[in-house]
Design a protein around this ligand. Sequence first.
Ligand SMILES: Nc1ncnc2c1ncn2[C@@H]1O[C@H](COP(=O)(O)OP(=O)(O)OP(=O)(O)O)[C@@H](O)[C@H]1O
Ligand SMILES: [Mg+2]
Length: 340
Amino acid sequence: MEQYKGAPFGELSPHVFAVADASYRAMMNDGQSQSILVSGESGAGKTETTKLIMQYLTYVGGRAAGDERTVEQQVLESNPLLEAFGNARTVRNDNSSRFGKFVEIQFDASGRISGAAIRTYLLERSRVVQITDPERNYHCFYQLCASGKDAEKYKLGHPSHFHYLNQSKVYELDGVSNAEEYMKTRTAMDIVGISHEDQEAIFRTLAAILHLGNIEFSPGKEHDSSVLKGQKSSFHMQMAANLFMCDMNLLLATLCTRTIQTREGIIIKALDCNAAVSSRDALAKTVYARLFDWLVDKINTTVGQDLNSQIQIGVLDIYGFECFKDNRIKFPSNSPMFFD
Ligand SMILES: Nc1ncnc2c1ncn2[C@@H]1O[C@H](COP(=O)(O)OP(=O)(O)OP(=O)(O)O)[C@@H](O)[C@H]1O
Ligand SMILES: [Mg+2]
C-alpha cells in the first residue's frame, strides 16, 4: 500500500491498489466522485478485490489509529457480516456472493472517510429452502449449528438434522471452522454496533427458519387439506412458533390454508400437502430476505452517512456469472411453479 500511494498510474506493476489509488487521486484532484466496477466470473476474485480496495481507501483516507469503532473499521467489518448471511458454497467458489453489493465510501473535503452506505441487490432467496450437492446454504446456518451453547438454546444440532441443510451432504468447508466463524460473525456484529439483544433476535430467527423447514404435512380428513405429520413435525412447529414469538395455531393456519378476498367476502380454502410445503418455503424465504435487508439497514444506520459529503468512491461487487448445462431449478412435476 505504501508503494502504490501517490505513484503515477502505470508506473508500477498492475495492482488493485494502483486502481484504488488512481480513483482516490482523481477524486481529490478533480473534486469528483468516482466508481469502481469489479467484474469477472464466479470465483474470479471480485469480493476479495473489493475488500482490498476498501482496505486501501481506509489506508489513504483513514483517521489516526486509536479511535475506537471508526467508520472505516465498521465498513471493513461489514464484509464478514454480510458474507455470513449472503455468501454460500457453490460448485465454483466456497465463498460465493449470492447478492450484489454497492458500497459508497464518503469523504470530507480533506480526503478523510466521513461516512458510508451499503446497498445490496437481488439476494438469491431460493437457496434458503433448496440446495443441491455439493453446494451449501448460507454460511450463517452452519455457524449457528456449531455455536455450542447458543445452538442448544434453540434446540439445534448437527446440520444433517435439518431439511434446509441436509439436501446437500456438504456441511464443512476446507480449512474453515464453523464454530470459529460464528465467533467472528459475533465480533463483527459488535464492531458494526448491533446490540446483543438484536444479535439474539437475529440468531433466533435463523433457528426458527431451520425448525420451520422440518415441518412436514400429511393429508387431512377433508378433501385437499393438510395437517401436521406426526410428533416430529409438531415439535418443530412448536419450536418455530416459539422462536418467531407467534401463536402456533395461527402459524399452522397460515401454512395450511389460503385466505381469498372476494366481492362476497373472505373465503378460507384448505391447502393440500404440496401447497402447504410451498407456503412453508415461501415464508422461510421471505423471513430470510427481510432479515438480510434489516441487517443491511442496521449496518447503514450505525455506520452513518455524511450528509455534507460532496465526494465519494463507489465500489460495486456483483455476483459472478455462472454457466450451467441446464440453467433452471427443477420443480417436482406436481408442484405449482413459484417464481421469486
Ligand atoms: N487476491 C487474492 N488472494 C488470494 N486468494 C484469492 C484472491 N482473490 C481470490 N482469492 C481466492 O479465490 C476465492 C474466490 O474469490 P472471491 O470470493 O473474491 O470470488 P468472486 O469473484 O467474488 O466470486 P462470486 O462471483 O462467486 O462471488 C477466494 O475465496 C480466495 O480463496
Ligand atoms: Mg463474490
